[in-house]
Design a protein around this ligand. Structure first.
Ligand code: ADP
Length: 572
């Protein structure tokens, strides 16, 4: 058995190695899949967000070009009238398709001394024209025209753009640099209800009276500004249309060391997971874009879990297959061993059984030969003949018992070991068994002391219980070294405990349980004391069939007591 385990040990180690490898590989593959997928999505997000920012830049460049073109118009025509500008606007192609832009117009630089002339000139074309909010100042920047006509554009005519901080900052930067500038966030009135406002920005491009002049970027040379208002909402939502499946985003006005200010978000409720941000500057303004990818990271997690599960299941499957294979191989190897073992046991049994059967047969043969010789010489008396018959009977009884034991073993193995309970007086059975044993052992029988008993009615199989008593008594005689034998009976309520004791060779503790196994002889060789090692096995089976218990108390070289406990009527 130990040799078998060792033989399979390397396969078992291999199995655990494969299992470990499988587990580690599954975890590695799942983690790797997760990492790669996330990396892909991150790269994808990065590329898409860059594309989006590029698109904003392109759009703004288009508007910048529009402003430059309009600036050129103002430079070419020295004094642009309302009509001229309307005509110019009408000739602008595709203006209505330029999204986000609310209009294009002009804000004039008016020093205080030129104010009356300016107003006169303006009112020739627009009679109710006035500058607002009006206060006594050195210079004014009123909006002269803003096309196309709309509630929004008409309402800002005359508005002095220098009166609002962010517009003022943008126009200062513009005339000093000569470049198009973008203002910080400004509020635009949305409708007649003046409280409703839209956040936006304006683009300004300065127009100078004389381009070639040395003092080009001076107020003296300043004519005014090309003016274009934009609403963030219109501009950004249109620009990001193609990206709406990929991410949500927020745009913040951003100045270093100042708090960021939210100017736009693509949706009311944004899930704030996996955010990444980008800074972006254009035409003098800085923005912070926060992107919230819509890519379903759960899908990656789930697919990674699926890969992990598949890996683990495959590993488990491989382990199971290996396990079964090793077990089957181990089992067949064990079966081979067991087969060898049972063949050996069978051979041993045949040799013991033949020896056991041969002993009474040899005695019988010898006795028959002597009697035959005596008969032929006419020397056999009646007493001698009786003695001869007794002798024959003794040997026949012994042979009968041996054959019965062998038959019982076969019956037990084939499941044909039956029994038939019937009420009888147990005290009478004890008496009968003692008489029979006395007959068999005659002169060599040690004294048998029985606790007196008259009547104990039990519902057991009489023949089988007789077999039990005979076995125990025969063993006590065989292994009792001629010591007196005691049969004790105790009755408690429903149960009976009967015991058979001797003061013989006793049993070593390690054998007290094993002696009830088949062929177990507790190390006694058939040459010392004859026996097949079957009696106690059959006894144990009979007691178990009666739902009882049998056990032994024994001290080596001091003697043994076998106890049997059974209910008077076990089948109630
Ligand atoms: P057998 O007597 O034919 O060997 P049993 O099954 O009756 O077979 O007994 C099994 C073994 O139990 C015996 O070989 C013997 O070693 C031990 N044994 C049984 N009864 C006694 C006893 N009264 N004293 C000592 N040993 C016993």
């Amino acid at each position: 058995m130990i040799r078998v385990s060792k033989k399979w040990l390397k396969f078992k180690i291999l199995k655990w190695f494969i299992a470990m490898l499988g587990f580690v590989l599954s975890i590695y593959l799942a983690a790797n899949h997760y990492r790669t997928q996330r990396k892909n999505i991150t790269t994808q997000n990065n590329v898409q967000s860059e594309r989006f920012l590029n698109r904003i830049e392109i759009r703004l460049r288009i508007y910048e070009t529009l402003l430059s073109q309009t600036q050129a118009f103002f430079v070419t025509i020295n004094k642009v009238s309302h009509k001229d500008f309307k005509k110019y606007y009408r000739n602008l192609r595709n203006f209505s398709q330029l999204y986000g832009i609310r209009g294009i117009g002009f804000s004039r630089y008016v020093p205080k001394n030129e104010l009356p002339a300016f107003l006169r000139e303006m009112r020739d074309e627009v009679p109710q024209y006035q500058i607002w909010p009006f206060e006594d100042k050195e210079e004014y920047f009123p909006i002269m025209f803003l096309e196309p006509p709309s509630f929004f554009n008409d309402s800002v005519l005359g508005f002095d753009i220098s009166t609002e901080r962010n517009r003022f900052l943008a126009l200062s930067r513009a005339w000093q640099t000569g470049e198009t500038t973008m203002s910080g966030r400004v509020n635009f009135v949305r409708s007649l209800n003046l409280v409703e406002k839209d956040l936006g920005f304006i683009l300004l491009r300065p127009v100078y009276k004389e381009i070639k002049k040395k003092d080009h970027f001076t107020k003296k040379n300043l004519n005014g500004f090309i003016y274009a208002p934009f609403i963030y909402n219109d501009f950004l939502s249109k620009t990001s249309e193609d990206f709406s499946d990929l991410f949500d985003y927020q745009v913040f006005e951003y100045h270093p060391q100042q708090e960021i200010f939210l100017i736009f978000q693509s949706q009311e409720n944004i899930s704030h997971e996996n955010m990444f941000s980008k800074k972006y500057s254009f035409l003098g303004q800085s923005f912070l874009f926060k992107f919230y990818p819509k890519a379903d990271y759960k899908v990656i997690t789930n697919s990674s879990i699926i890969i992990l599960l598949i890996g683990l299941s495959l590993t488990l499957l491989i382990i199971k297959v290996l396990n079964d294979t090793i077990k089957t191989a181990e089992q067949s190897s064990l079966n081979e061993k067991n087969l060898e073992e049972s063949l050996r046991a069978r051979d041993e049994f045949i040799s013991i059984a033949s020896h056991e059967l041969k002993t009474p047969l040899t005695s019988l043969k010898l006795r028959a030969q002597i009697s035959k010789r005596k008969l032929s010489k006419d020397k056999l008396s009646l007493d001698g003949f009786n003695e001869f018959v007794d002798e024959i009977e003794k040997h026949v009884v012994r042979l009968e018992r041996l054959v019965n034991d062998i038959l019982d073993i076969t019956r037990i193995r084939t499941g044909n070991f039956s029994f038939q309970p019937d009420p009888f007086n147990f005290c009478h059975l004890i008496e009968d068994v003692i008489i029979r044993v006395r007959l068999q052992f005659a002169s060599c029988l040690p004294p048998i002391i029985v606790r007196p008993c008259n009547e104990i009615i039990v519902n057991w199989d009489r023949m089988r219980i007789e077999q039990v008593l005979t076995n125990l008594l025969t063993n006590a005689i065989k292994y009792g070294k001629g010591s007196p034998i005691k049969i004790d009976i105790q009755i408690s309520n429903k149960d009976i405990i009967f015991s058979v004791s001797d003061k013989g060779i006793g049993i070593e503790p390690q054998f007290t349980e094993m002696i009830f196994n088949r062929f177990e002889r507790a190390g006694i060789s058939p040459n010392e004391i004859s026996g097949l090692g079957l009696g106690l096995f059959i006894t144990h089976r009979i007691v178990s069939d009666h739902k009882g218990k049998i056990w032994v108390e024994s001290v080596k070289n001091e003697g043994s007591t076998f106890h049997v406990k059974m209910a008077k009527d076990p089948f109630l």
